[in-house]
Design a protein around this ligand. Sequence first.
Ligand code: UD1
Length: 429
Amino acid sequence: MEKIVIEGGYKLEGQLPISGAKNAALPLMCAGLLTSGGLTLHNLPHLADIKTLASLLTELGGSLSYQDEGWDIGSGQTVTIAVDSITSTTAPYDMVRKMRASILVLGPLLAREGEAIVSLPGGCAIGNRPIDLHLKAFEAIGATIELKDGYVRAAGKLIGGTVHFPIVSVGATENILMAACLADGTTHIENAAKEPEIGDLANCLVAMGAQISGIGTSHLTVTGVPELHAAEYTVMPDRIEAGSYAIAAAMTGGELELLGGNLPAVMTGTLDILKEAGLVFTETDRGLLARLGSPKIKGINAVTQPFPGFPTDMQAQLMAMMTLCDGASVITETIFENRFMHVPELCRMGADITVNGSTATVRGIGRLLGAPVMATDLRASMSLVLAGLTADGITEVNRIYHLDRGYERLVQKLESCGAKISRQKADLI
Ligand code: UD1
């Protein structure tokens, strides 16, 4: 077990490459199950979650060949996913429990084989996270659903239909979108999630021969085709990673050029709030320059919302920044019921935060103080790293396997921009 040790107080300056988006890469890899033609993905990040999904795809009959685009901190990997035939339609508990996104194999397996048996993912640190919306959507397009022994079995011929989501779900939209591509009829997905990662998935499916209209809107129409074919696709940059490093630049009083294409378009909700907080962004040839443009971080009122609103995946990092704001900030979490677990840890570093239900009031303080901390999920872990970068003294972040799930080469990237940060053997488990 390792920990990250940070000596706070160093400005971050320079260029920081943004990796391929984890939340785009995972559904794109699952889309590889939809064809026997082979799907080649470029700019795949080196992350634990990608390896976990690769093992699951192999278990289902896929063979994955990698081509590394070098080991610079800016380069992703290329993988070709070849699934000549599906050899198993079961995603076992041992794999699904490690990563909730494994549920995204359900749609492709069902569409291609007429059957999928996937372990129920169970709860997770940030909340209950049921999959009822996924299952109702499959039923609406012709599948029958059975729950048994902790597994869900979806089976039947998909004929299309209308799916109306009562609340916006990223994963359920992706799952039904993939399944609908091979259905016998047309599927209308209403109140679809509009996250850019869904646009990435839809564009890749179109490159594979799918017929999808309404991409980027909340109403997707999918006309099923008998089969999909080989394609190549490049994973979009990670807007959450980019937002996290913009905050790192502002909190340390530095300036970072975030390298990646099209960042402003995919970061709208994040940029709006960060600008209110006093950050200034300048578009460059290669990305986006981020720095704090005011003498102090300004207090804000932020509410997490589906895209194009402020993303829940940025909430913990925003809160770390607001611990240093001028006055007070109010942050309301509307997507997940238990996503304030970073609060007690930030308070151990001197932050002044009061939680009342789904709302946190953060009163700005002069300085954070380094401390040993530990977090229970990916974005919460990043908020502690951000706090450590600016805190007085040494911060030790434990349980960094969360960070390895979603931040590619975090230590190398921050070190290359001037942070005093290292991975060391941990004593705490
Ligand atoms: C995805 C992202 C995650 C992000 C989240 C919200 C990936 C791999 N993960 O997760 O990083 O935080 O979107 O932007 O892309 N819900 C139900 N029933 C369901 C499905 C969801 O009630 O069947 C609820 C959830 O509990 C949550 C809300 O809907 O309250 C949104 O969840 P959803 O958008 O589905 O999140 P994920 O796809 O799991």
